[in-house]
Design a protein around this ligand. Structure first.
Ligand SMILES: [Fe+2]
Length: 269
């Protein structure tokens, strides 16, 4: 049973982290960066800056489909004593993740309450594929729920449902993302779609609907890049203030003084 946030006039503070790519080994590196270290640094900074109400991690929890990364994540999430929600990424072994993470990894399609807000947790992963897809059953279940529930809602998944401007990674988003975006845009209670996978901050409006990516807690990818390219920007997270009237304030916070840097010569991962 996850703790429930207090319902107050104050906005709820949701911490959105993504793509930790944790390894089984404590010193495991992604493109030269020790991902356990960067994840712990980002989480520590996010928790220290102001009291939080909940934590969301949008996939690629572990890089190597091994138990060690998921165990570390479970232990850290337990220590936060916050409601924490994870969704599946293309690098995840979701059955293993769910077995270890327990209530931190609700079943795909779950809709969880956060004060008067709701979070719809979708699974966009496809076994053996880097690109994403949302099964029609998930979309129809979300659509049916939205027909009968008017609470301000955040739809959360791993893959990007819209192009972010980098040709190589835009070929690896949700292949039916347009259907999801149309569904959400047609239901004004959906205030934002939150995602990761792109390893860069991103924000766009489609009408009143916000499309928001969190940067990775690990390696960053260069935005507006035709081919694969690593960015020098440090790891970070997105903060969302969820107001009772349904509006969102959001910003991206990076660890400007983070000492470790990725291998800029990498040609892929
Ligand atoms: Fe990732």
């Amino acid at each position: 049973m996850q703790p429930s946030p207090q319902v107050t006039a104050q906005p709820l503070r949701l911490l959105h982290l993504s793509d930790p790519h944790l390894y089984d080994q404590a010193e495991g590196r992604l493109l030269g960066m020790r991902t356990r270290h960067s994840f712990e640094a980002v989480l520590e900074r996010a928790l220290a800056s102001a009291p939080a109400d909940a934590l969301l991690i949008t996939g690629d929890l572990a890089h190597d489909e091994a138990t060690g990364g998921y165990r570390l994540l479970r232990d850290r999430l337990e220590q936060t004593r916050l409601p924490c929600y994870c969704v599946a990424g293309n690098h995840d072994h979701w059955p293993l993740a769910r077995e270890i993470l327990g209530h931190f990894a609700p079943p795909s399609g779950s809709i969880v309450a956060l004060g008067n807000w709701r979070l719809a947790l979708l699974d966009s992963s496809l076994p053996g594929e880097v690109r994403g897809h949302i099964e029609p059953a998930q979309l129809s279940a979300l659509g049916a729920w939205l027909e009968n529930n008017r609470a301000p809602t955040l739809v959360c998944l791993h893959h990007h449902p819209v192009a972010v401007g980098s040709a190589w990674i835009d070929s690896l988003g949700v292949d039916n993302g347009e259907t999801l975006v149309t569904l959400c845009a047609d239901h004004p209670q959906v205030r934002a779609i939150l995602f990761g996978h792109v390893h860069q901050a991103f924000a766009q409006h489609i009408g009143r609907l916000e499309l928001l990516a969190a940067p990775a807690t690990s390696v960053q990818f260069l935005n507006q890049s035709r081919g694969f390219a690593v960015d020098t920007r440090p790891p970070g997270y997105r903060e969302l203030l969820l107001h009772g009237d349904g509006h969102i304030e959001t910003r991206v916070i990076r660890l400007g003084d983070y000492p470790e840097h990725p291998d800029l010569e990498a040609s892929g991962y």
